[in-house]
Ligand binder design. Structure first.
Ligand code: AMP
Length: 533
């Protein structure tokens, strides 16, 4: 290696935030704090209390709550297994993922992996990491059975050079794969992709059904989804959300929640908000299920004209076809049946009452029959808010009713409704409409020179900060000219000039940096003057 290349290699690596994540920096963070403070205030006056749930949860919680078929769970979760050894997991995955072998070298690697794996299982049992029960013994003996057969086949193959008997191993290898797949070396956990499931888990875990119902909770914090990053879409993003759990499913609850949400956006100064609402009924043959069957039949008729995603969704989740943003599908979708015409009487009445309750509260809404929401657990009321300045990712909030969710997670039958605001998008929209945060300036910059002045400057800084003023005290001595230059750069309103003369006379110099006016004040008068501004 040349000297130059060596030097280049020695250069310490520069790190960057990973794709889809980002640093939030001042002054922007001031805007984030203002938005969050507004949420604390508005949600507080509506009787909501803050809940903070862990960022890590069992993968199963999200699979069950959000739905294993949804993009969020199937493709976008950051999931991992917590085990003592990643090598162990690799062997397990390798054995569990091998179904056919048609090559002697491959058989060799396979046979060794199987033997490592079965040794690891025995060690895990010894360490009481896996239970020493019939199930573990059975999977060990299945793996050992495959090991014996494959080892023998390997020996014969190596000797004769013929490899005709591979097919005969298929069944054994498949059996070992199934056994390996059933080993649980550790807990499977995920970074939360959303928080409703966690809030419901907490509601059940802490027996909140025994509190006065409904329980009104809100949260804020980071969520994680492995989506393709773009403007307004990140892999770590922030949500502010609220949930109402328990009590009746009175339409007034839906309407008051939406009223609170719109009040919050209003207090934040969000521009161009549009509220869309819909009802997606409930899962019964005379309601949503009947509609979905009809929708599916209609979609089958136009299948050839749809894109690949929509074609797939006809089978998996036909409602999601209505979400499509593809230009050429719009005319086709416009001809599809509307769910409003297929709601059962109760859901119809509920929906009409929600709209009436919104009108009573002066909340302006638009009906959107295509609003179905991406997550499986929604029923009846669904809603979405869009705002300006966000391009294609213009949804700042989504929400809806999810009456079956708590029960689905093992709790008692419990009504539920909630929303999640995309905080990143809310902030983006505020910035686009000129509501961004100004850089944080200083009230007073203390320009000091000399040791005696320094001691006085420290005391002055403490007193002024105690009085709530933003004060900058330079840590090293600067010439007055330089100090005043720094003061201006930091956006300071005043410079307090402290030199030997000032300390001796007890009269301090205060310079207004906008007007360049100077005045001499005693310590007490200065405090009063600054305080009175
Ligand atoms: P959801 O939990 O999917 O209903 O999303 C609720 C809101 O969170 C959306 O309306 C968006 O504002 C926001 N959101 C969802 N996914 C992302 C993401 N990847 N990046 C930024 N915001 C997001």
């Amino acid at each position: 290696m040349s000297e130059g290349a060596k030097k280049k290699e020695e250069k310490p690596r520069k790190f960057q935030a990973i794709r889809g994540t980002r640093d939030l920096l001042p002054p922007e963070t001031a805007l984030w704090n203002r938005v969050e403070q507004t949420a604390h205030e508005v949600f507080g006056i509506y009787g909501f209390g803050e809940i903070r749930t862990p960022i890590l949860e069992q993968t199963e919680l999200f699979a069950r709550a959000v739905g294993g078929e949804t993009d969020v769970v199937a493709k976008e979760m950051y999931s991992f297994v917590v085990a003592d050894s990643t090598r162990l997991i690799a062997w397990k995955d390798f054995v569990a993922g091998t179904r056919r072998i048609r090559d002697l070298d491959e058989l060799d690697i396979y046979e060794r992996s199987l033997s490592y794996l079965s040794r690891a299982v025995r060690e895990a049992v010894k360490a009481e990491y896996l239970p020493d029960d019939g199930e573990t013994q059975s999977l060990l003996s299945r793996m050992n059975g495959t090991m014996l057969v494959t080892a023998a086949a390997l020996a014969r193959g190596r000797k004769s050079g013929v490899s005709a008997e591979f097919e005969e191993l298929d069944k054994q290898i498949e059996d070992a794969a199934i056994a390996a797949a059933s080993i649980k070396f550790g807990e499977e956990i995920s970074l939360r992709p959303e928080a409703t499931a966690s809030v419901c888990r907490a509601y059940i875990e802490h027996n909140m059904q025994q509190l006065p119902q409904p329980v009104k909770l809100y949260y804020m914090g980071p969520m994680f989804r492995r989506e393709r990053p773009q403007k307004g879409r990140y892999r770590q993003f922030y949500q502010i959300g609220a949930e109402i759990l328990g009590g009746p499913d009175a339409p007034a609850i839906d309407a008051e929640l939406i009223e609170m949400l719109m009040t919050f956006f209003d207090k934040c100064g969000l521009q161009g908000t549009e509220l869309s609402i819909n009802s997606i009924g409930h899962a019964a043959d005379n309601c949503r299920r009947g509609y979905v069957a009809k929708l599916r039949a209609e979609l089958e008729k136009v299948k050839d004209k749809l894109g690949a995603d929509s074609q797939r969704r006809i089978e998996t989740n036909p409602l999601r076809v209505l979400d499509s943003k593809l230009e050429h599908e719009q005319a086709i979708i416009a001809t599809l049946p509307h769910i409003a015409d297929h709601l059962c009487d109760e859901c119809k009445t509920h929906y009409a009452a929600v709209k009436h309750e919104l009108e009573l509260r002066g909340v302006i809404y638009r009906e959107n029959w295509r609003l179905v929401r991406g997550l499986d657990y929604y029923m009846r009321t669904t809603f979405e808010i869009t705002a300006q300045g966000l391009g294609s990712q213009n949804a700042v909030c989504g929400g809806g009713r999810y009456d079956g969710l708590v029960e689905l997670l093992g709790g008692p039958p419990t009504k539920g409704i909630g929303f999640a605001i995309g905080e990143d998008r809310l902030i983006l929209s505020l910035q686009e409409s000129g509501k961004g945060a100004a850089p944080q300036g200083r009230d007073v910059y203390i320009a000091w020179m000399g040791e005696r002045a320094y001691a006085t400057a420290i005391r002055a800084a403490k007193d002024l900060r105690n009085a709530g003023l933003r004060v900058e005290l330079p840590p090293t001595e600067l010439k007055f000219g330089k100090a005043l230059e720094r003061a201006s750069k930091l956006g300071s309103r005043f410079a307090l000039i402290l030199g030997d003369n000032e300390v001796q006379s007890g009269e301090w110099t205060l310079k207004n940096l906008a007007t360049s006016e100077q005045q001499k004040l005693t310590e007490q008068a200065l405090l009063e003057y600054l305080h009175g501004l």
